[in-house]
Write a protein that binds this ligand. Structure first.
Ligand SMILES: Nc1nc2c(ncn2[C@@H]2O[C@H](COP(=O)(O)OP(=O)(O)O)[C@@H](O)[C@H]2O)c(=O)[nH]1
Ligand SMILES: [Mg+2]
Ligand SMILES: [Zn+2]
Length: 277
């Protein structure tokens, strides 16, 4: 049988298979192979003996949270309260791009934005759409539900961005706490809770407050490759860092507003942090 690990508690592994959850242990040979099973791992298991026999190849792994095989990440992005921070979004996009996770930009609090700002945001996110990202609003519930089916998903974003509110709209019986007070409680709880995948609208949902930037790429070439708009413009220099080089076509595109300035700024921040390491 093939299933997916949805929960790990000391040496007990909960494997999800069809609609069942089967509590398993590991066979001894895993310890020799030095494979540490993670939540999200697809495994071959023996249903009768309740033993995991093999871990199947992974699509991706993250260190914090310690999980594998994430397909979709809903980047819950608030426009107001808290204000939109382009760098935060761009960092998450790079992280997902690098790990072959499909990011879905999910905007919240559009209703708090003035008409004038709304136009600004619409232009801004039209840019993200033009470079290949899916952009939705938290009111697009049916689209979000369609995307989730059959996928291992994560909802991530700043505290207060509206993650719990959105999850409650998607799955009203969950009654997740929202707002100021629950935030403080939530944080405390998360530090002690196990990572777990929940069955969710025909997919799986990872319950985690966020990703660590420890998982960001460790070289400039890799970061460059995570900015899809760069690949559309051929810079004359093969290993151009798009920073100090004269006649760099990327810098020129930023000047001409073909590349969004905030995106370029995020790129600079990311490579600067890389150089410091
Ligand atoms: N006006 C408005 N408020 C929202 C929206 N989404 C969430 N909120 C509010 O923002 C606050 C924080 O939301 P919550 O879901 O707890 O955020 P979380 O920390 O990301 O889980 C709550 O008071 C919600 O009612 C939205 O689209 N518009
Ligand atoms: Mg919450
Ligand atoms: Zn360049």
């Amino acid at each position: 049988m093939e299933g997916q690990i949805v929960k790990i508690q000391s040496n007990l592994y909960t494997v999800s298979w069809k609609k069942e959850r089967i509590l398993c242990v590991l066979r001894g040979r895993f310890r020799k192979q030095k494979i540490i099973p993670r939540v999200g791992d697809f495994v071959v298991f023996d249903q009768e003996q309740q033993v995991i026999e093999e871990i199947l190849p992974r699509k991706n792994v993250f260190e914090r949270p310690f999980v594998a095989n994430i397909d979709l990440a809903f980047l819950v992005t608030s426009l107001k309260e808290p204000d939109f921070v382009p760098l935060l979004l761009d960092k998450l996009l790079v992280l997902m791009e690098l790990n072959e996770v499909t990011p879905i930009i999910c905007l919240t609090k559009m209703d708090l934005v003035s008409e004038e700002e709304k136009e600004k945001f619409q232009n801004l996110f039209a840019y993200y759409a033009s470079i290949g990202y899916t952009v939705l609003e938290n009111t697009d519930l049916s689209k979000i539900k369609q995307l989730i089916k059959g996928k291992t998903c994560v909802f991530t974003g700043q505290t207060g961005a509206g993650k719990s509110t959105l999850l409650n709209h998607l799955q009203p019986e969950w009654h997740l706490e929202t707002g100021e007070i629950s935030k403080a409680l939530g944080r405390g709880r998360h530090t002690t809770r196990y990572v777990e995948l929940f069955s969710f609208l025909g997919g799986k949902l990872l319950d985690t407050p966020g990703f660590s930037s420890l998982d960001l790429p460790h070289d400039i070439e890799k970061i460059k490759a995570c900015f899809p708009e760069f690949s559309k413009i051929s810079c004359p220099f093969q290993d151009c860092t798009h920073t100090k080089e004269k006649e760099c076509k990327i810098k020129q595109a930023v000047e001409e507003n073909t590349i969004l300035k905030s995106r370029y700024f995020s790129y600079l921040q990311l490579i600067k942090e890389e150089v410091k390491k």
